[in-house]
Design a protein around this ligand. Sequence first.
Ligand code: A3D
Length: 320
Amino acid sequence: MARPKIALIGAGQIGGTLAHLAAMKELGDVVLFDIAEGTPEGKALDIAESGPAEGFDAHLKGTSDYADIAGADVCIVTAGVPRKPGMSRDDLLGINLKVMKAVGEGIAANAPDAFVICITNPLDAMVWALREFSGLPHEKVCGMAGVLDSARFRHFLSLEFDVSMKDVSAFVLGGHGDTMVPLTRYSTVAGIPLPDLIDMGWTTKDKIDAIVQRTRDGGAEIVGLLKTGSAFYAPATSAIEMAEAYLKDQKRVLPCAAWCDGVLGLKGLYVGVPTVIGAGGVERIVDIKMTKDEQAMFDSSVNAVRGLVDACKGIDDSLA
Ligand code: A3D
């Protein structure tokens, strides 16, 4: 059987890391696409040359021609510009919307059966626009944000409790960014929810509140340190987890920006929700019940996403 084909649209910081991870995990052959002359070819060759020492079997190709992504099983989209210090994710909207148009059309023409994972910011609006421009089925287009946000939450919690990250699970909902909704009562250490751990004296509510805030600001913390771009190792790892769930039909329960129409009280919007990812793409959305406070936080997050989608419609008439 031929190896799966993984197309990475955008060969920047995240794109290069995605290619390296996909090759090392032998998820399939990799095509790196970018408009920057020489970049995709250079990164593909560099990673391919790590193959003998690493011992992986995967072909890597760099290109600026959409024809080379033909028949891709998975497309992961990072094309666009990242944040610089002082910029919000929303500042990227106008520039990255134009990029989504080109990418959506390129995928529709060459890889219409692919499972598409968008990473480009502002995430929830860009995945919506990418789906509109590509016309692919909604269940085959989703956005990576929740896996990263919950990974950051899990990392900070593991430091607080001095336990393995493997035993910490976290649950985040809503749009990526400042309005993200970490659900503490569904976040656990080995199945024990955070509110119970507070009662047991393992931590305090103030400490958990501070961790929640650090998680919300997790992207900005890295932007502030790097100064020239945004996070790329953990975002790439998170998207690879989603791609692997699809390629291996793992039915993983992962939070991602998925099309919500008739679930969680939503009518036609991409927003971060718990999903089941398998060979059908986003196969199911976990329609959880929220408390009043959680619902209020979720609603404000949903409103922020709606605002960005409306802004997209204002910029590009074909989306209205
Ligand atoms: P960067 O290293 O700048 O890579 C972006 C690449 O896109 C560059 O190589 C560009 O040449 C390329 N590009 C620009 N326009 C096009 C086009 N029309 N077609 C093909 N390629 C193009 O950025 P990065 O890899 O650090 O980040 C990529 C995106 O991911 C940015 O929008 C970030 O804001 C976003 N991001 C999202 C998350 C989430 O959790 C959602 C996390 C981190 C970064």
